[in-house]
Design a protein around this ligand. Structure first.
Ligand SMILES: Nc1ncnc2c1ncn2[C@@H]1O[C@H](COP(=O)(O)OP(=O)(O)O)[C@@H](O)[C@H]1O
Ligand SMILES: [Mg+2]
Length: 326
């Protein structure tokens, strides 16, 4: 049997009481298990509403939402929320509780024994790069903003939920810390393969993190696509302006080879070019253009081939001229 999609929206609308316009309008979309989706759009376009209908902080006015094939209306809210980690900008750590107590909230509710809880806390703190020995006993006020956000992430993952909802989690963090949090989140996702919906108003963040991106405007999904497709074939002028696909080379430089690669079909020729899965797409493009070939093999850290990128995938108007001028 085919595994059901992790999240399905079926013609979902939400109009808040006394509002004239819907916050989310007739939205249908599917998110496959293990996929990292970023949601981007201007303030007020309905991102938070979209997200919070999934854990039933808000209820849709019409339409249905399914997770793992089940209509969420048929599930008790507590049961639903246990399967969904939720991270927000204002973190919401309990100030009178230590880091370990904050993380243990869900495991407590689930009735885990002390040993299991302790192991989980250590595992999660290691995961978010906070050494447990140093951080377990601290209080939130003894942490920087970035560290608090890491604890918030650890707490949301404590019960090992399938789905993570993240609403501008790095919005209040300085630019440098933010970049390292983004890298760590990608690293965590490589290990855990959660289904993630991550809201941001920062298109660079959306392009960097997402396997796929949802672009919203005025309650509607304008395009739901891979970052590469978004840049190379924006659905309309709004998307084109937002992703700034005029400056395609700069955009490609924000993305990694692994975000664009497709499966390897057939044999690999020993003379084929190879690039690291972490190489940025601008360099991948230059590499292909300077060779006599029309594709490259992508390899992982251990030099194992994991995919292929075709020149055709990166092609659009004048892209070759632009790349050669670099
Ligand atoms: N609780 C609420 N009651 C009434 N209107 C709301 C409520 N929450 C959001 N809205 C309205 O719905 C629209 C979408 O808001 P929101 O989903 O928070 O957007 P975003 O997260 O993209 O900034 C906005 O016009 C906002 O004013
Ligand atoms: Mg919001």
């Amino acid at each position: 049997m085919m595994e059901p999609d992790a999240i399905v929206f079926d013609k979902v609308s939400k109009t808040y009481t006394n509002n004239l316009k819907p916050a989310v309008c007739e939205t249908s979309l599917k998110v496959k298990k293990g996929v990292f989706v970023t949601v981007v759009g201007a303030s007020g376009c309905g991102k938070t509403t979209l997200l919070t209908m999934i854990n039933r902080i808000q209820e849709p006015s019409t339409g249905h939402i399914m997770i793992q094939g089940k209509d969420i209306k048929t599930m008790p809210k507590t049961c639903l929320r246990r399967q969904i980690g939720y991270v927000i900008q204002q973190i919401g750590l309990f100030p009178h509780m230590t880091v370990e107590k904050n993380i243990a909230i869900v495991p407590e509710i689930l009735g885990w024994d002390k040993q299991k809880k302790d192991r989980r806390i250590d595992f999660l703190l290691e995961l978010v790069a906070l050494p447990p020995k140093e951080f377990r006993k601290r209080y939130p006020r003894q942490l920087s903003g970035g560290q608090q956000q890491r604890v918030g992430l650890a707490r949301a993952m404590a019960g090992d939920p399938e789905i993570m909802l993240m609403d501008e989690p790095f919005g209040a963090i300085d630019a440098i810390t933010r970049l390292s949090l983004q890298d760590e989140l990608l690293c965590i996702q490589k290990k855990l393969h959660k289904t993630i919906l991550f809201v941001t108003h920062d298109i660079d963040e959306a392009l960097k993190l997402g396997d796929k991106i949802i672009i919203m405007n005025e309650g509607k999904v304008l395009q739901y696509d891979t970052p590469l497709n978004m840049i190379l074939s924006p659905a309309n002028d709004f998307v084109r302006n937002l992703v700034n696909s005029e400056d395609v080379i700069q955009r490609l430089s924000l993305m990694k080879a692994e975000q664009a690669m497709i499966g390897i079909e057939g044999k690999i020729d020993a003379r084929e070019l190879r690039v690291s899965s972490q190489e940025n797409l601008k360099n991948v493009l230059i590499c292909i253009l300077r060779s006599e070939r029309d594709s490259v093999i992508v390899e992982d850290d251990s030099e194992k081939p994991v995919g292929r990128i075709w020149l055709n995938q990166l092609k659009m108007n004048k892209v070759e001229e632009m790349a050669l001028a670099l």
